[in-house]
Design a protein around this ligand. Structure first.
Ligand SMILES: Nc1nc2c(ncn2[C@@H]2O[C@H](COP(=O)(O)OP(=O)(O)OP(=O)(O)O)[C@@H](O)[C@H]2O)c(=O)[nH]1
Length: 407
């Protein structure tokens, strides 16, 4: 599994992409992450294939007494005990955390020891049948490369050591003629070269897939961030941080459906800042923006306890949608908002109704039992705020069931 990506990895990814084809190493940071991410998987493979390898190696001990007639009594301890014991110890050590950094090396040493052991077995024998053991050596190396899948670099060292020892043993065996020696060595050399080539390809592909997974993960994260950002700008008003009108329209329908399902009243407060054009003209547009933000903050504070939806309807108009709030509660809440905005004491010298910034609020409450459309709520609250303006501003007018309640 690919781990969480640090930011500097982007650069490492770009560098890794441009690496020459023969390079089997990522830039340092990426290499460290790659090794860490794949360690658990590799260790599991070493354990499983290690056990299989030990069993197979011991199984071949059954044929030693036919092929190595003269020495099998001397080598059984290596075949059945010492070499398998060493390999088993390596597997056992993989459960020891402190040993893990060296684990890969120990796997290579153990599997090379199996190949060298086989060569040593037939070097001890004077029987012509011993020459067949080169097949076992080949099997050991192929198993190390494609079963255990040790890193290519370590496989090169292991194969070089094995070939060197095999060459030395072959040319010191008196019962083999030149033709047999050359054939065995060429066969071993060609299998080693082909094996290494395959291992190189495998490791290259594995690393490429890992890079691809990382790049996909990065792109996925960027897409998610982009999606979140788009979602935010399509629902939130950039100036005040309240929801925008589009989101409010969606919520109005959601609240409306909930009203019908749960049989609760829903209320809409239409808030309009008084003489805001004059405020802008006298205090400047910048101050106007700051005032809108402050008014929005007051409104949104009152939305939270009711899980309501506070939105900027447009310009200096705000709406607050509440569910389960009756007429009295809505009026009390509207009065608190009105007083708190007045209490901000934002000087408004050009206002014709106060010395400070004030708001007019129109309220519409739709009773659970009345069968209106959502538009009714908006139109009624709008009409109520118009009434509040007409009656002198800095006040609240509430309507429900199309009847004015109070002013
Ligand atoms: N600073 C600022 N002003 C805005 C913004 N949006 C709209 N306005 C201004 O708000 C003012 C609204 O003016 P009107 O619709 O005439 O309302 P009003 O002056 O408040 O008059 P009444 O509502 O009748 O009290 C206009 O001058 C707009 O330019 C904004 O984002 N920032």
């Amino acid at each position: 599994m690919v781990a969480k990506m640090p930011p500097s990895l982007n650069q490492a990814l770009a560098t890794a992409d441009k690496q020459p084809w023969y390079q089997l190493l990522f830039p340092p940071l990426l290499e460290e992450i790659y090794q860490r991410d794949t360690a658990a998987h590799r260790i599991r493979r070493y354990r499983l294939f290690g056990v299989i390898g030990i069993v197979v190696f011991m199984l071949y001990g059954l044929v030693d007494r036919f092929y190595l007639v003269d020495v099998y009594q001397h080598i059984w301890i290596w075949r059945w005990l010492l070499l398998p014991g060493f390999a088993a110890l390596t597997i056992f050590c993989s459960f020891w955390r402190r040993f893990l950094p060296y684990y890969e090396y120990s796997v290579v040493v153990a599997s090379t020891a199996f190949a060298l052991g086989l060569i040593w077995f037939f070097s001890l024998s004077h029987m012509p049948t011993a020459q067949h053991y080169y097949g076992g050596v080949m099997l050991c190396l192929v198993f190390m490369m494609f079963g255990l899948r040790i890193p290519f670099r370590l496989a090169c060292y292991s194969c070089a050591v094995t070939l060197a020892y095999l060459g030395w043993v072959l040319w010191s065996l008196h019962f083999l003629d030149e033709a047999a020696r050359s054939l065995i060595f060429i066969l071993m050399l060609s299998s080693v070269l082909l094996g290494l080539l395959g291992l190189f390809q495998l490791e290259k592909e594995e690393r490429r897939s890992y890079l691809l997974a990382l790049a996909l993960q990065r792109d996925h994260r960027q897409l998610q961030q982009g999606f979140k950002y788009l979602q935010q700008i399509s629902t939130v008003d950039g100036l005040t941080g309240l929801f925008n009108r589009r989101y409010f329209d969606q919520q109005l329908h959601t609240f409306w459906e909930r009203r019908l399902q749960q049989q609760v009243d829903i209320a809409l407060l239409f808030v309009d800042v008084d003489y805001f054009k004059r405020y802008n003209d006298s205090q400047g547009h910048q101050m106007g923006d700051e005032t809108l933000i402050k008014v929005a903050q007051v409104i949104s504070r009152h939305a939270e306890p009711w899980q309501g939806c506070a939105a900027r309807y447009g310009g200096e108009e705000f709406v607050l949608l509440l569910s389960g709030c009756n007429v009295q509660q809505t009026m009390a809440l509207a009065e608190q908002i009105r007083q708190q905005v007045e209490g901000l004491a934002l000087a408004h010298p050009s206002s014709l109704c106060s010395q400070v910034v004030t708001i007019s609020i129109g309220i519409a409450v739709a009773h659970a039992s009345i069968n209106q459309q959502p538009d009714w709520l908006v139109n009624t609250a709008d009409a109520a705020v118009y009434q509040a303006k007409k009656q002198g501003r800095n006040r609240i007018v509430a309507m429900h069931s199309c009847q004015p309640l109070a002013s």
